[in-house]
Write a protein that binds this ligand. Structure first.
Ligand SMILES: [Zn+2]
Ligand SMILES: [Zn+2]
Length: 358
């Protein structure tokens, strides 16, 4: 296993910048906020860790590219920024979500609330759910895995037309697998960053997806009729589990991060790290490293401690863990898989007491 260990100086420059105006801007952070940002720079930080490479198929090994520091993010004239009147993040669900009645709406609402805490200060809204038939998109049966797949480019094109006028971006999510073109096996998602449109599938986040017993496999030899969307009625969707919720939260915030112009992180372990496979994306932490956090902060201008507090609240509200104060039941948010992120945020929030008392 290889460790990508940057020196403290290199990380500090990536965070603060050598450009005098950006370094000056950095001094405007309160002492407490600087503490929150800088505790990641030290190699012995208990909260931020160096990126580890586990195999040649990991993202950084297979996609060599220059790391994006705060300055290069800030100076990029082509990145999109939310502006007044065009700052809403829209989530559009396509097809059904969840195998239990009532859970579907709740799961998507949990995702919405999570994005609102993560992109603190931006409104995040759900568009009315759509069935696959409403999109008129091309679909197929994958010849290897025998599951249903929707054409990702068709969906992207469809979403572009639905993007509301006040949208910063529109993100389509679906439990149906996607494919980009006939010759490809599948794709996790596709996005047009300049147009603020993306579509992502959570189908392969099902723990059973790659097993022979996967319930989304159709009978061999089944033939689809073009434009007959009835095959999607009652089609298998992954059960809503804590792991699925965790993976969906990571994917959604990572992909929206790209729409802001944040590139794959190569500084510290971070939700913006690129990933080539599920094991690698599972390894990513849920939140941003300090360098990517400053990028987001420069766009949204939140108080850093308030954002951490909002994320912590999301994990605690209606959660199916964290003690007796929270009711357990069908409506409880399955946050068991968020345990390490919850502890991480708890450590972070020690600083919030002083921060709010300033
Ligand atoms: Zn990415
Ligand atoms: Zn990062």
């Amino acid at each position: 296993m290889q460790v990508i260990q940057h020196s403290v100086e290199r990380l500090r420059t990536a965070l603060v910048s050598n450009r005098p105006d950006l370094a000056e801007r950095y001094t405007k952070f309160s002492r407490e906020e600087r503490r929150l940002l800088e505790e990641g720079l030290q190699p012995d930080s208990p909260l931020f860790f160096a990126i580890t490479l586990h195999s040649d198929s990991d993202w950084i090994t297979s996609h060599p590219e220059a790391p994006q520091d705060f300055q290069s993010f800030y100076s990029n004239p082509y990145r999109s920024t939310p502006i007044k009147g065009r700052n809403t993040v829209y989530i559009q669900t396509i097809g059904s979500f969840g195998d239990t009645e009532g859970v579907e709406g709740q799961y998507v609402e949990w995702l919405r609330e999570y994005c609102e805490a993560f992109y603190f200060g931006l409104p995040v809204k759900l568009l009315d759910p759509l069935m696959v038939a409403d999109t008129g998109c091309t679909f197929r049966i994958n010849s290897i895995s025998h599951n249903l797949q929707i054409h990702a480019g068709d969906l992207l094109h469809f979403l572009k037309k639905r993007k509301p006028k006040d949208a910063f971006c529109i993100v389509g999510i679906t439990m149906i697998d996607l494919y980009p073109k006939d010759s490809w096996n599948f794709v996790f998602g596709q996005a047009s960053l300049t147009e603020g449109v993306g579509v992502f599938s959570f189908a392969r986040y099902d723990d059973n997806f790659y097993s022979r017993s996967y319930k989304g496999r159709l009978q061999k030899g089944k033939v689809l009729k073009p434009n007959d969307y009835s095959v999607f009625t009652g089609y298998y969707t992954p059960p809503i589990t804590s792991t699925l919720l965790l993976r969906s939260c990571k994917t959604l915030t990572h992909e929206i991060g790209h729409i802001f112009g944040i590139k794959h992180c190569q500084w510290l372990q971070c939700v913006m790290q690129g990933s080539n496979h599920l094991e690698e994306s599972d390894r990513r932490p849920l939140d941003l490293c300090p360098i990517c956090l400053r990028k987001l902060h420069s766009v949204l201008g939140f108080r850093i401690a308030e954002r951490y507090k909002a994320l912590l609240q999301w994990m605690e509200l209606d959660a199916a863990q964290h003690g007796a104060a929270v009711p357990m039941g069908d409506s409880a948010k399955p946050t068991q898989a968020f345990q390490s992120s919850w502890q991480w945020l708890q450590s972070k929030s020690h600083g919030t007491v002083q921060e709010s008392g300033r």
